[in-house]
Design a protein. Structure first.
Length: 253
């Protein structure tokens, strides 16, 4: 039977989690409210890569009466999440920090910060590099008898998924370096499995991107480069003998 003293710590953690989740939701709500004021301008920024490759006079359309309204709502929500990201990351850090060793706390702040940088870098790569080439490829199927009429809803769904995919795949060096730092992988293991990683990159690119070779290659090649960066990061920041000794001292404490 669990006594009352054993329940209190768990109840306390749940109360803290509830408080931090409420703070995160409030941050998202405030970010959403601010973003909704500029919803049309934000959507114009999002569609700029498509508009620049569209023919003269071509425009996006909406095929349902509420489509434009809900599209703007989704754009404002996505922007609100981005604005609230620092608050969400801070709340996450404050919640998990008490349960970590000293060496793990020193790693978490740089990892959280760099993960945000890598994610934004991947999304920007997709926006500025991949989008123009990909959209030009798709619009190339239009001719005298076929006209492209992209809708607001479809474009938002398509572009947001691609931006998310590129943001996530750019986390690869950070994830592998962090795993190397914890001793979960080694430089030798990463080098040995390079050819298998290459196959997985092309399979992953085929799953995450639209079914065209151009976009898949434009995701797979950066992944190959990021894998090499991961090997370099593992070599520099990988777990060393001194780190193992420090971990043993933490366990003794």
């Amino acid at each position: 039977m669990i006594n009352e003293d054993d329940k209190l710590p768990f109840t306390s953690h749940l109360e803290e989690l509830r408080s931090r989740l409420i703070t995160c939701f409030l941050a998202v709500f405030i970010g959403f409210g601010i973003s909704y004021i500029f919803k049309e301008h934000l959507f114009q920024i999002l569609i700029r890569p498509l508009v620049t490759v569209m023919g003269k006079g071509d425009k996006l359309v909406f095929t349902g009466l509420p489509e434009a309204f809900f599209t703007y709502l989704k754009v404002a929500l996505l922007s609100g999440l981005m604005l609230a990201a620092p608050v969400i990351l801070y709340q996450f850090w404050m919640f998990v920090a008490p349960g970590l060793y000293t060496r793990e706390r020193r790693l978490l702040i740089p990892v959280v910060t760099l993960s945000s940088v890598f994610f934004v870098g991947g999304a920007l790569f997709g926006y500025f590099i991949v989008f123009p080439f990909g959209f030009k490829f798709f619009l190339g199927f239009a001719n005298e008898t076929i006209r492209a009429l992209p809708s607001m809803k479809e474009y938002l769904s398509f572009s947001s998924k691609l931006l998310l995919a590129f943001g996530l795949v750019f986390e690869l060096p950070l994830i592998l370096t962090f795993m190397a730092r914890l001793g979960m992988v080694s430089v030798e293991l990463l080098k040995k499995n390079r050819k298998y990683a290459l196959i997985l990159f092309f399979i992953g690119a085929a799953i995450l991107t639209p079914p065209d070779v151009v976009t898949q290659i434009m995701m797979a090649f950066p992944l190959m480069l990021l894998y090499e960066v991961s090997i370099l990061g593992a070599r520099i920041f990988g777990k060393k003998k001194s780190d193992e000794d420090e971990a043993e001292d933490d366990n003794e404490i």
